[in-house]
Design a protein. Structure first.
Length: 508
């Protein structure tokens, strides 16, 4: 069941007017105008599942010490990250092939001061063999945890799950606020955590041998925008819900830094990303990359708009991995999307600064989030900014919010950023062989914590887009010279787009 509130100023004005007339205070309710998915009303919540989760959540919400698994530098490595309390002076983790861990080896742990009362611990397992079952355990609250399972997968023919904007806690805007703000956040995290678990479980039912999960950013909702406090802890309950997913105890997750993650360091404290760099850095961390099989995955922190740093990092990653068949970049901001953010001048400017770098470095696919809607582009190359048609951010907002009537100038801007001339193949094919351009995908919300609308006028560069206010996920398969993507809605498990494939012949 979807609770839908239109994102329009007119509606807000009407709500305020009604409030004044009936004498009801708005202080008791969040001021959200976006759609969201209420977990208790979903099919997954039937048969008491939501009630069971709610009891489990009561024990999890204050647990900041849940472990995270992230891909290592390559498929032979696995990275771990977790909090321990300051009182736990000896953080340890071990991994082995036997379920009783009698063959386990302890890993070197690097421990640093994190948020107040906690330390951040990071370790890397190396020399892992593919198609092998491992067991690991770490010291949690002074005791070894129960052994948990991690299975390595095939590297020649592999799949991964692609999701966008879990943004745990965002649905709290639809819960009680004011004096009950903390309670609202608790309920929002409970709601979004249930949906997050459900999405990942469904994704693994489609792709049970997925090598990892890839998130295009905004793992959580809250950050301190006023002070930009790097040691902010108001979102730790949101990280608790994010890391609560059982799937994440056995499948690593590669995360991109979203605008909701960027301002605080607890993202950096929780996740042990491989090949990290000071390039593209914000409080949450910088650009990083890893390889898996024949594919190079480059993760850019586009909250840092220093394009020269991103260029340097991409070139370094490509130079160090020249023989990979596929090159996939993940950014949070959807530079070729079709949601409410996609036409914003700051996003458009980011687009034109990045695409020439992508093209020069032979990037094949760019994955993004941010707009909480699904879209897939045609194959694109050579998009160029038309500076005489550009708007400032303030000018765009006036048009978009209805403060200024649509006119020829606004339409000229929208037409110029639709990049019709960048389309290299406008045929709506399900398979493209040796494409000249780059494929850009934007992920919808994986949890339904918040949805945005599609823009009224579909951009020329869009081949397919979708928004039904239902969480979605994508399964991406890479088998040698073939890349495919399938995207599913969680309520019916039907595809929202046809299977799309890119094939490279041996000569490419």
């Amino acid at each position: 069941m979807i609770n839908y509130k239109r994102r329009k100023k007119l509606l807000v004005g009407l709500l305020l007017a009604v409030t004044i007339l009936i004498g009801t205070s708005l202080n008791s309710f969040a001021a959200s105008n976006d759609a969201w998915t209420e977990a208790a009303q979903t099919e997954a919540a039937k048969n008491g599942s939501f009630e069971k989760w709610s009891k489990k959540w009561d024990n999890l919400k204050d647990d900041w010490t849940q472990i995270s698994l992230t891909p290592g530098a390559n498929a032979t490595e696995l990275n771990f990250g977790w909090y321990s309390k300051d009182t736990d002076s000896n953080p340890k983790i071990k991994i082995g092939k036997h379920s009783d861990l009698n063959d386990a080896k302890e890993l070197k742990v690097v421990s640093t001061s994190a948020v107040k009362g906690y330390r951040s611990n990071k370790a890397t397992a190396t020399g892992l063999q593919e198609n092998t079952t491992y067991y690991y355990s770490y010291i949690k609250n002074g005791r070894w945890s129960q052994p948990m399972i991690y299975k390595t997968q095939n590297t020649k023919n592999f799949s991964f799950i692609y999701v966008g904007d879990p943004q745990i806690g965002s649905s709290s805007r639809n819960k009680a606020t004011g004096s009950l703000k903390k309670q609202g956040q608790d309920l929002g995290c409970r709601n979004d955590g249930f949906n997050w678990n459900n999405t990942l479980n469904l994704a693994l039912s489609i792709s049970p041998k997925a090598s990892f999960i890839l998130s295009a950013g905004d793992q959580v909702q809250s950050r301190d925008k006023k002070t930009k406090n790097p040691l902010y802890t108001g979102n730790e309950i949101e990280y608790a819900a994010f890391l609560s997913a059982d799937v994440l105890k056995s499948v690593p997750i590669a995360t991109t830094i979203g605008n909701h993650d960027s301002l605080s360091k607890n993202y950096f404290f929780h996740f042990n990303n491989p090949n990290t760099s000071d390039l593209g850095r914000t409080n949450a961390g910088g650009d990083h990359y890893y390889t898996y099989g024949n594919t190079l995955f480059i993760m850019l922190n586009t909250n840092n708009r220093n394009i020269a740093e991103h260029k340097e990092f991409i070139e370094r990653a490509v130079y160090e991995n020249p023989n990979t068949k596929w090159r996939i970049v993940t950014v949070h901001h959807d530079i070729y999307g079709s949601g409410e953010h996609s036409n914003e001048p700051k996003i458009v400017s980011l687009r034109y600064n990045l695409i020439s770098i992508f093209e020069k470095n032979n990037i094949d696919i760019v994955l993004a989030g941010h707009d909480h809607t699904y879209s897939r582009t045609f194959l694109l190359k050579g998009g160029r900014i038309q500076r005489d048609k550009m708007l400032t951010g303030d000018e765009f907002d006036e048009y978009f919010e209805g403060d200024k009537s649509v006119d020829n100038r606004y339409n000229a801007y929208l037409s110029s950023v639709a990049d019709k001339d960048a389309i290299k193949d406008s045929n709506k094919l399900s398979e493209v062989v040796n494409p000249e351009g780059i494929l850009y995908i934007t992920a919808n919300s994986a949890t339904g914590s918040k949805y945005y609308e599609l823009v009224d006028n579909q951009q020329a560069y869009i081949a397919k887009r979708w928004q039904r206010n239902v969480p979605t996920f994508s399964v991406i398969n890479i088998a040698g010279n073939r890349f495919t993507i399938d995207t599913y809605r969680t309520d019916t498990m039907k595809k929202i787009d046809n299977t799309f494939a890119i094939v490279k012949t041996d000569k490419n």
